[in-house]
Design a protein around this ligand. Sequence first.
Ligand code: CU1
Length: 182
Amino acid sequence: MNTRRLSLLALAFATLSLAACGGEEPAETTTTVPAPQTEAPAPAAPAPAPVPTYDGPAFELTMTPVGDQMEYEQTEFTVHPGLTVRITFNNTATNPAMHHNVVVLTQDANVNQIGQAAMGAAANDYIPQAQMDQIIAHTPMSAPGETVTVEFTAPAAGDYTYVCTYPGHYMTMQGVMHVVAE
Ligand code: CU1
């Protein structure tokens, strides 16, 4: 009799403990939110979506550097031809030497040539004037703490490199804009 009561008590306690544990789990497992989209994607695959893509009339992307490194946090994104693309670069670096911009290049652009020419273009915000035909759009140069923007129309389908032209940054501070036909 005593043994049976003890067993029942133990069972009840175990159940309570389980319930208590179970109650804490949902908070940790339901916080995965994909990038905002106006149109719900097909309910097929559980979208992995590491690459921002947007189908609407305009595409807005906020970019940041990786800490005080000469790297973009966002190294690729995808848009469609003809879309209005607005890039907001938020220079979150804290090292005062980390000035950055975002320069979107044409498909046949020579990244090394532009990066090297930019070093001598301080008077033009590090945008080499002789290579303007290889530049689709660019933000102004930003100091740490500053936010700069650029707006342009997405070109024809293809991959386009974007690069920071602050002296010495172009080698590591690059990304790719994928323009994909709808
Ligand atoms: Cu930079």
